[in-house]
Design a protein around this ligand. Structure first.
Ligand SMILES: Nc1ncnc2c1ncn2[C@@H]1O[C@H](COP(=O)(O)OP(=O)(O)O)[C@@H](O)[C@H]1O
Ligand SMILES: [Mg+2]
Length: 266
């Protein structure tokens, strides 16, 4: 392990990762390297772009410790990934438990940890307020009792409760209407400012990628690996106004061009 003097190990590191489902005849992912450095207490907002089927969800499953690659290494905080790492995940599909209330869903992870009821409900209520769902805590976390946007708010609150330092988000706003989606982007930006986790965010929406991301990584189609890295040099605090600024528009175009170029790679 390469610990640089006095420095923390990298928060996420994938080394020479490959994925094959047919005994190595064909590779979905091949020779993929991915490195997110730990910036103590600062976190980073990383966006992954790439065509459907290139392995984005697979990568998130590696980082969550839900799947092992066919070859290569996945290190979290410099150690092989294990389920005990503080990683949580938000999916596009509503992943809350529909037979439980909002409050029960959000506090569930603390129940597993043995936190007593009073404390876990207090902590859950703070997060329910943070995501704008106070007043809804006793409702069942299911559609249409709650709207799609509200259910994703529940999912975000659930992902925050165990105080993770890595949050994986797999097209979390992909099923939402455009206005709800824009609101959720601002909510997520606000939450990120508050907690500074490392977020790995998968989306197909380039404007969303530039608005939320510090770094955008683009994957090529299989055999996949990262082929572009675009640093988003926009101010730290972003608002609706940011989207009107010349640099924002320029970055969106830059990412679009990169996506077209990548789509033509073999
Ligand atoms: N268990 C499996 N067996 C065979 N192929 C699989 C399996 N799981 C995923 N794949 C394939 O791996 C590729 C990458 O999937 P995925 O990570 O979901 O891509 P993305 O999220 O970028 O759309 C897809 O072509 C998918 O069909
Ligand atoms: Mg996917």
């Amino acid at each position: 392990m390469d610990f640089k003097d006095g420095q923390e190990p990298n928060i996420i590191e994938l080394r020479k990762v490959g994925q094959s489902y047919d005994g190595g005849q064909s590779w979905i992912i091949k020779d993929l390297d991915f490195l997110i450095e730990d910036k103590a207490g600062q976190g980073e907002f990383v966006v992954i772009l790439g065509m459907s089927g290139c392995g984005k969800s697979t990568l998130l499953r590696y980082i969550a410790g839900l799947q092992k690659p066919t070859e290569g290494e996945v290190l979290i905080h410099g150690k092989p990934v294990s389920e005990s790492d503080r990683v949580s995940m938000v999916f596009q599909q509503y992943s809350s438990l529909p037979w439980m209330t909002v409050l029960e869903n959000v506090s569930l992870a603390l129940k597993y940890k043995g936190v007593d009821k009073k404390e876990r409900e207090e902590r859950a209520m703070e997060l329910i307020q943070l995501v704008g769902l106070d007043g809804h805590e006793q409702k069942f976390a299911r559609y249409p009792t709650l709207s799609g946007g509200q259910l994703q708010r529940v999912a975000i609150a659930r992902s925050l409760i165990a105080n993770p330092d890595i949050i994986l988000m797999d097209e979390p706003f992909g099923a939402l209407d455009i206005n709800t989606r824009l609101q959720m982007q601002d909510l997520l930006a606000e939450i990120w400012m508050k907690f500074h986790p490392t977020v790995i965010f998968v989306t197909h929406d380039i404007s969303e990628a530039v608005y939320l991301g510090d770094d955008i990584y683009i994957m090529k189609s299989p055999p996949s690996r990262f082929v572009r890295h675009i640093k988003v040099d926009l101010p730290f605090h972003r608002s609706k106004q940011t989207k009107r600024e010349a640099r924002f528009v320029e970055l969106v175009r830059e990412v679009e061009d990169a996506m077209i170029e990548v789509s033509q790679m073999g």
